[in-house]
Write a protein of this length. Structure first.
Length: 130
């Protein structure tokens, strides 16, 4: 019997026109530290040792479109970030350079765009009120 190898998600990687600038945004937003940095590449780590985020410079980066349309680069993924206070978390993200998406489909979730245009969601734990 073959044993399945162990798989551990180490990071999610986001492309950007400038990896260092986008990493700085998420480092400031999440309060995480830089784990590794080199030209065109940055890794930031969660304090609890869970999977981190990585950023790579992509010279041909195209901002994703959300909600999606057939004629533009579609969003392939997004980050869901739990917060304890939705309004102050949105204000903090905006102060760091995020923008609020026009479409807000849920009352207890706020969709924002990071400075490179990647959508991300801020949300409260289940049972908490906005």
């Amino acid at each position: 019997m073959t044993t399945q190898p162990r798989f551990t998600l180490a990071a999610t990687t986001l492309d950007a026109p400038n990896a260092h600038e986008l990493a700085q945004f998420y480092q400031d937003l999440l309060g995480w530290r830089v784990r590794k940095e080199e030209p065109g590449w940055v890794e930031i780590a969660s304090p609890d040792g869970a999977a981190g985020l990585s950023f790579q410079t992509e010279p041909h980066f195209t901002r994703p479109q959300w909600p999606s349309t057939q004629s533009e680069q579609q969003m392939m993924m997004h980050l869901d970030i739990e917060v304890n206070d939705l309004s102050s978390a949105v204000a903090h993200a905006l102060a760091l350079g995020a923008t609020v998406a026009d479409l807000q489909a849920q009352d207890d979730v706020r969709v924002l765009y990071d400075p490179a245009g990647h959508p991300f969601c801020l949300f409260l734990p289940r049972g908490a009120s906005a």
